[in-house]
Design a protein around this ligand. Structure first.
Ligand code: HEC
Length: 149
């Protein structure tokens, strides 16, 4: 019976996470719109850019280092509920730290897709757009940090 209880709780947690992910779009967005965060192909491109430009500091598995923050796990508490243009802008203007602003908007959108994937956000059917105006209408889903290890 104990085992069964655990399974139920795990199921409930996953369902809750899914519900939160699906509530991702802000209330002002057209309610009928399907939330479609990024595509698997886009996240794969982002992974390539990440390994080339970011992994040297943030680590191959996004775990960060002594003086560099991780990009998953507790990372999500910084961005959960914020519109995606914020993360996109931050990466566009402040990263990579040794040459901020060096990457193209498309590369930065790919990086956001990769970071979403690594934090457990499911892929959709449409690429993340690479403009502030479009990203402002999308939200970094509210994820609990201890669900992303
Ligand atoms: C030379 C090392 C270095 C490189 C390369 C680098 N970063 Fe960073 N990054 C940092 C440091 C240090 C911080 C913390 C900056 C601060 O607190 O002001 C940071 C912060 C961040 C944050 C904010 C983290 C948070 O908790 O909110 C993001 C997102 C980020 N980097 C993404 C990237 C991406 C994407 C790339 C590759 C395009 C990249 N970084 C490349 C060193 C680096």
């Amino acid at each position: 019976m104990r085992g069964r209880g655990h399974a139920c709780r795990a199921g409930l947690g996953a369902g809750l996470l899914l519900a939160l992910v699906h509530m991702g779009a802000p209330a002002s967005a057209a309610p009928a719109r399907t939330v479609s965060y990024y595509t698997t192909e886009q996240a794969q491109r982002g992974e390539g850019a990440y390994q080339q430009f970011c992994a040297v500091c943030h680590g191959a598995s996004l775990a960060g280092a002594f003086d560099v923050p991780p990009l998953k796990g507790r990372f999500v508490t910084n961005w959960s509920g914020a519109t995606l243009d914020r993360l996109f802008d931050y990466i566009s203007k402040a990263m990579p730290l040794f040459s901020p602003g060096a990457l193209t908007p498309a590369q930065n959108a790919d990086l956001v897709a990769f970071i979403l994937r690594e934090n457990g956000v499911p892929a959709g059917k449409v690429d993340l757009p690479a403009t502030d105006a479009a990203l402002k209408t999308m939200m970094f889903p509210v994820i609990s940090a201890d669900r992303v290890k």
